[in-house]
Write a protein that binds this ligand. Structure first.
Ligand code: MG
Ligand code: MG
Ligand code: MG
Length: 337
């Protein structure tokens, strides 16, 4: 039977393994925990909270990083809990990385080599990672990486501070759009309940404040909106970029629609993509207007994926909130050869 002591030993053993690994690789004395490019709240807070856990377990060389500029929601959150912003990491040359909230090279920091990945903690589909040696790889189908990390604190018997609890709670609320997304699981709700108690916060009230911060597009250009939450995918050879903007009222985006389509066209050309998709998600109406720009073959696949005809460069879908569960899988299916 596994008791508390043996769980702790297991964690300590793993810890030693990573330290040894770092020495063998002679790369750097630091290990960065980092999420995906166009970092969202889950990516940034997972880096911070997981580095904090590693530090508490004695791995002082582990530091959090963000693979780009922080969005308004994340800034609001870190300011609220007075947690310092992590350093920005955009080039992984000669660096050892723990990936959180992603596992696809297309979404990772530039110039990352697979052999420099020491761990992965994530909640997305597995997207083609291949390593030369065994690594710690934890992927669970839950609403956010934050909940997985909260469990790791529990398993390691490391007490969760008010600040770390607030960050992990916010990550779950943000990724699950206040539990409305189909990616939300009962475990996410349990985790939020526990973390909210430690943070001393009303989760739903705080969640609305997060959402307001996230959906404030008043100061954002069309380019900011497109690149703020943007991920690249390869659907059987069709190169795609899929962005998402979540707002509390889709009408706020209407005046920017033409400019957004323009930016999407520019992005398609500059990044040599077959298509660029942007989900305009109304979290109150629980629907998305899915904008499309791309070549003819991609348009055909897009229409097949969403079972409709493109009108005015988009297909409107009720009840679609999640890129991961409701947009990427149908696209993948439509382009499968
Ligand atoms: Mg994310
Ligand atoms: Mg996430
Ligand atoms: Mg998201």
């Amino acid at each position: 039977m596994i008791n508390k002591v043996s769980v702790h030993r297991l964690v300590s053993f793993k810890l030693k393994f990573y330290i040894n690994n770092a020495e063998v690789l002679h790369l750097t004395d630091k290990i960065y925990v980092v999420g995906h490019k166009s970092p969202d709240t889950d990516s940034v807070t997972s880096a911070i909270t997981y580095a904090n856990l590693k530090n508490a377990l004695g791995m002082k060389e582990v530091v959090p990083a963000a693979a780009g500029d922080l969005n308004n929601e994340t800034k609001f959150l870190l300011d609220y809990f007075k947690v310092p912003y992590p350093e920005k990491l955009t080039d992984a040359t000669d660096k050892m990385l723990i990936l959180v909230d992603h596992n696809e090279m297309a979404q990772a920091v530039d110039k990352l080599k697979m052999e420099n990945i020491v761990e992965v903690v994530d909640h997305h589909k597995i997207g083609g990672l291949a390593t030369g040696k065994p690594i710690f790889f934890l992927n669970e189908p839950v609403g956010a990486t934050g909940g997985i990390i909260a469990n790791l604190y529990e398993q390691s018997k490391v007490p969760i501070s008010k600040e770390m609890a607030g960050l992990m709670m916010a990550a779950i609320l943000s990724d699950t759009v206040l539990f409305k997304s189909p990616t939300c699981t009962p475990r996410d709700k349990v985790a939020v309940e526990k973390l909210a108690k430690i943070a001393g916060i009303d989760p739903m009230k705080f969640g609305m404040d997060l959402l307001k911060a996230k959906s404030d597009i008043s100061t954002k250009s069309a380019k900011d909106i497109l690149t703020g939450d943007f991920k690249k995918f390869d659907f059987s050879g069709t190169k795609a970029g899929v962005g998402q903007i979540e707002v509390m009222d889709m009408a706020d985006l209407a005046p920017k629609r033409a400019a957004l389509l323009d930016e999407m066209k520019k992005m398609q050309a500059a990044e040599k993509l077959n298509m660029v998709v942007l989900m305009l998600t109304d979290v109150m109406k629980e629907a998305s207007d899915i904008l499309f720009v791309g070549d003819a073959a991609a348009a055909q696949g897009f229409e097949k994926a969403f079972g409709g005809k493109l009108a005015n460069n988009s297909i409107y879908k009720e009840k679609v909130l999640s890129r991961k569960k409701q947009v990427i899988p149908p696209l993948e299916g439509a382009f499968k050869k």
